[in-house]
Design a protein around this ligand. Structure first.
Ligand code: ADP
Length: 392
């Protein structure tokens, strides 16, 4: 059965087509600058990447071109061969604790939650509508970044603010990257050969979050009402004293929108280093003796360590710590610095094993009190698995 995994942004559309249940990727790609000038798309097929220009006025046109490509490349003869389409949704609020089949009620709830994810939820609805109009027979599903974290207890997800705000304004911790944390937990259970596990999953990319997972269920996670909570990220501040916000707004006359922009786009590694939000640039800067890059990296690592330590206590120990995403899978130095700071708990790195990049690997020493792994994440595959299960 062919299943399409879709991630729609306001001007982009990423896709990956799978043969399920074999989990084989048949084709993948991304449409960019939809509705803007100079739009184009790239397609990856048989290990080759091709870029093509196209006038993409809407997401619907992108899906139509995708169908043409699938047919001309002999991947399908009839578009009805695609039985399921899974859409990634950033914010599912308290409504959704699992992947569901799309209907009008589901769409109106996603729309209602747009206030909490103004860039993402409306774009996803555009993607769903476009897919419905092109793939009329397929089962459309929605896979939420927040769903996996719905098992957190009230005392964990509430903020110590007026209790009514949770009901009135939906203010609470929802978390994000849930599809990735769930994938890593499932993969780790497979590696350890059991499901009763206590895991700390570290999704460290440009966006970054850590989760505490017990027996496959999320106990706590570092992102909050929005993704800008917890860890220091590429350009996001992560946790700060909330009172800084009104203080700076009063001092500078910044609007809420401007403040939000600084907190999400001009803070984090970029804000401290003044150089870049990209960890590779920070690593280069450190090599060149840039003090602010070094400071940014120290702060970045410190916060990761703080959350691992916090969740180690909350889980009352743990069976594995796992690194994933761009930095987690690739940056040897970040992993080493984090693990070195955890030596006090008996957690130790194996320098040789830590040379790994982008594949499943144990990177801790045999004498480490907790094994530490690198496991590449695969959110698209999780979307395809859930969609396959609902479509079949
Ligand atoms: P997101 O999906 O949140 O945009 P990614 O998971 O793609 O982010 O991670 C992007 C981050 O991963 C960037 O900071 C980038 O520098 C880092 N990264 C990717 N490859 C490497 C590498 N080889 N060494 C160090 N960092 C890397």
């Amino acid at each position: 059965m062919k299943i399409l995994s879709v991630n729609a942004g306001s001007s982009s559309l990423k896709f990956q087509l799978y043969e399920m249940p074999e989990e084989k990727v048949l084709i993948s790609g991304v449409f960019e600058r939809i509705g803007i000038n100079d739009s184009f798309y790239t397609i990856k097929l048989n290990g080759e990447k091709v870029k093509k220009e196209a006038n993409l006025k809407s997401h619907k046109e992108a899906f139509e071109i995708l169908v043409d490509e699938l047919v001309s490349n002999n991947i399908v003869t009839d578009l009805n061969e695609i039985k399921g389409i899974g859409h990634r949704i950033v914010q599912g609020g308290s409504y959704f604790d699992k992947t569901v089949v799309v209907d009008e009620d589901v769409i109106s709830k996603i729309d209602e939650l747009s206030a909490l994810a103004p860039l993402h939820n409306p774009a996803a609805i555009v993607g769903i509508r476009a897919a419905q109009s092109v793939f009329k027979e397929a089962t459309q599903t929605v896979v939420f970044d927040t769903a996996f974290h719905q098992t957190m207890k009230e005392e964990t997800y509430l903020y110590a603010l007026p209790y009514e705000w949770c009901d009135e304004y939906k203010i609470r911790r929802y978390g994000a990257h849930g599809t990735s944390h769930k994938y890593i937990a499932a993969k780790m259970s497979e590696i350890l050969g059991r499901t009763n596990t206590k895991l700390i999953t570290c999704h460290i990319g440009n966006g970054a979050s850590i989760s505490a997972i017990k027996d496959g269920l999320c106990v706590n996670t570092s992102m909050g009402l929005t993704p800008n909570a917890g860890l220091i990220m590429g350009s996001r501040s992560g946790d700060i004293d909330a009172t800084i916000v009104p203080y700076i707004m009063e001092k500078t006359g910044m609007t809420p929108k401007e403040m939000d922009h600084v907190l999400n786009k001009e803070s984090g590694l970029l804000g401290i280093s003044g150089v870049s939000s990209d960890s590779r640039d920070i690593e280069e800067g450190i090599k060149d003796g840039n003090e602010r890059c070094l400071l940014a990296q120290k702060m970045f690592v410190r916060r990761i360590v703080d959350y691992i330590a916090k969740y180690y206590v909350e889980l009352e120990g743990c069976d594995a710590i796992i690194f994933t995403a761009g930095i987690g899978e690739n940056s040897k130095s970040t992993r080493r610095e984090v693990i070195d700071a955890l030596n006090v708990l008996g957690i130790k790195i194996d320098e040789e094993r830590n040379n790994t990049r982008g594949c499943v690997a144990l990177i801790s020493s045999d004498s480490s009190s907790v094994p530490v792994y690198v496991v590449p994440t695969d959110e698209e595959l999780m979307i395809a698995r859930d969609t396959y299960n609902l479509a079949k």
